[in-house]
Design a binder for this molecule. Structure first.
Ligand SMILES: *[C@@H]1O[C@H](CO)[C@@H](O)[C@H](O)[C@H]1NC(C)=O
Ligand SMILES: *[C@@H]1O[C@H](CO)[C@@H](O)[C@H](O)[C@H]1NC(C)=O
Ligand SMILES: *[C@@H]1O[C@H](CO)[C@@H](O)[C@H](O)[C@H]1NC(C)=O
Ligand SMILES: *[C@@H]1O[C@H](CO)[C@@H](O)[C@H](O)[C@H]1NC(C)=O
Length: 492
């Protein structure tokens, strides 16, 4: 915090921005001080009581002052030393298993296993020790880009050991079991394809051993199939396909009903995906929605839903081509090129389009110029929201070593359970767009070098590998869902 403060204190105009940013990270993120105890470290929430704990935080409004932050102390001490498990400790489940009096049900076995995972994470945090890793993974998260590197590491280790995802077999491609592998929604198809490839270590062989259930529907494919030609924007058809699917699997199997959907998830990068739940909010109340379009003002709930990055995947590749220009070779202060999509971009273009040599903002780019090269030559890359909050520019910026400048309102940042975005990005709320240059010039060279170095560190979490690898984007996605599963206790 001290470092963050000293770098910014000269720019007093940015204080509200700073406040909003902290507010964003510590209030809306599932691993803020209050809720980290919900997610991993406390006695988990019995499913019937989940509602009372997971109250929706009020939306942030840029016009009215935000409600008082629940985390007045900025240092995210993730586990207070006075914390201890209550008498109805989950470990009793484990002991129960060790002296088997009666045969455990499948669900009891799963819950006992999850209790062990919670316990191991809690111990790793307390010991501040990277303990029980069977680290053939070769990577151990450390450093300030993580909100708590110890808990993340242990939680990832536990996931590798225990996560079992059942993929429902019902349905036919292209609406189900398929998805786009390329372009800005490509993560949707890459994820489904990875899970269905038969190569994923997380694939459950039988639903009885699964601790999570994937609804393998592709919203992009539904839109591309059922909405061609596009004569209506009504979400009815989309909503009906998903409702029907859940109807079928909850009729055929006991799993949806026993958890009310709390251990079920769907992954979609499409802008329309959040609208699925509007058809029947009650049905989707506990369902985990993994979305690119993570707008907290449109019903995205950071404690239950998962925000994933949008990534532009060119044909024949798995993401933007990395570049490694050193910080002193970056001659452009800030760069943006793109369409005037949405309100925030309008404001950005109005203030900055082709007006400044240092803050280079273009509405689209001259064909002769290379977009990626220019981003790679920039210190900061402006990543404004477009029609929706997420933008593939964030991952592109990270891939080319350019510090992302997030210009958005209501955006729940990807993987912010684990990642501390203040350490490798700059946040500018939309009303500060006129002050972009002042804000960025107010960042000292020393602080810039730190930010830039951390961008290169965090890159591994924004890369796609096939098959997926520990700590890559697909594992980060799964880990986010895994954390939410750890937050839930299913009664047997
Ligand atoms: C622990 O569980 C027992 C039996 O279910 C219950 O009577 C008791 O009130 C619980 N204690 C706490 C602190 O929740
Ligand atoms: C950390 O964990 C390792 C392996 O479990 C153990 O050998 C070591 O003593 C621990 N170190 C500390 C400081 O607790
Ligand atoms: C799950 O609940 C629904 C609605 O109450 C019911 O129609 C369905 O038969 C149940 N499924 C199973 C497998 O019992
Ligand atoms: C986020 O949601 C709010 C409320 O619906 C909306 O005003 C805003 O435009 C959305 N943001 C983006 C970038 O779409």
């Amino acid at each position: 915090m001290a470092e963050f403060g000293s770098a910014w204190q000269t720019v007093t105009v940015t204080l509200p921005a700073l406040f909003l940013f902290w507010f964003f990270l510590f209030y809306l993120s599932p691993l803020n001080q209050t809720s980290i105890t919900n997610i991993i470290f406390s006695y988990p929430t019995p499913i019937s009581h989940i509602k009372t704990i997971h109250d929706t935080p009020p939306p942030i409004s840029s016009s009215s002052p935000p409600p008082p932050s629940p985390s007045p102390s900025p240092s995210p001490t993730l586990l207070s030393p006075s914390y201890s498990l209550t008498e109805n400790d989950t470990s009793s489940l484990i002991e129960g298993e060790e002296k088997p009096k009666k045969k455990m049900s499948n669900l009891e076995r799963i819950e006992a296993d999850l209790a062990r995972a919670r316990d191991a994470i809690r111990k790793a945090v307390q010991a501040k020790n990277h303990s029980k890793g069977n680290d053939d993974e070769g990577f151990i998260p450390t450093g300030s880009i993580y909100r708590n590197a110890h808990s993340f590491h242990q939680s990832h280790v536990e996931m590798e050991k225990r996560l079992k995802v059942w993929i429902y077999r019902e349905g036919e491609p292209p609406l189900v079991h398929d998805g786009p592998l390329n372009n800005i929604y490509g993560i949707e198809g890459q994820f489904i394809d990875e899970m269905e490839s038969g190569k994923s270590r997380f694939m459950a062989r039988h639903p009885d051993e699964a601790n999570l259930f994937l609804i393998p529907i592709s919203v992009v494919n539904i839109v591309n199939t059922l909405y061609k030609p596009l004569v209506t924007y009504s979400r009815d058809q989309l909503q009906r396909v998903v409702l029907d699917y859940i109807g079928i699997i909850s009729e055929r199997y006991p799993y949806w009903n026993r958890s009310q959907g709390a251990d079920h998830f769907l992954v979609s990068c499409h802008d329309w995906a959040p609208d699925i739940s509007e058809a029947n909010p009650k049905l989707y109340d506990k369902f985990i929605r993994v979305l690119c379009n993570a707008n907290t003002s449109e019903g995205f709930k950071p404690q239950r839903d998962v925000s994933i990055p949008e990534i532009n995947i060119p044909y024949g590749k798995l993401g933007p081509t990395p570049q490694r220009a050193s910080p002193d070779k970056r001659s452009i202060l800030a760069f943006f090129a793109g369409g005037a999509h949405g309100n925030i971009r309008h404001i950005l273009l109005e203030h900055w389009k082709d007006k400044d040599n240092e803050v280079q903002v273009h509405e689209y780019l001259d064909k002769k110029k290379n977009y990626f090269k220019l981003m790679g030559k920039s210190k900061f890359c402006l990543c404004p929201s477009g029609y929706e909050v997420a933008s593939p520019r964030v991952v592109t910026a990270i891939s080319v070593g350019c510090v992302p400048v997030l210009i958005s309102d209501y955006y729940a940042l990807p993987f912010s359970d684990v990642l501390d975005w203040t350490k490798f990005s700059v946040y500018i709320p939309s009303e500060k767009i006129p002050e972009i240059k002042t804000i960025l010039k107010g960042i000292s060279p020393k602080r810039y070098l730190k930010l830039q170095k951390r961008v290169t560190e965090v890159h591994r979490h924004f890369m796609i590998h096939r098959p997926a690898q520990p700590y890559d984007m697909i594992h980060m996605l799964l880990h986010s869902v895994w954390l939410r599963r750890l937050d839930v206790l299913l009664p047997s």
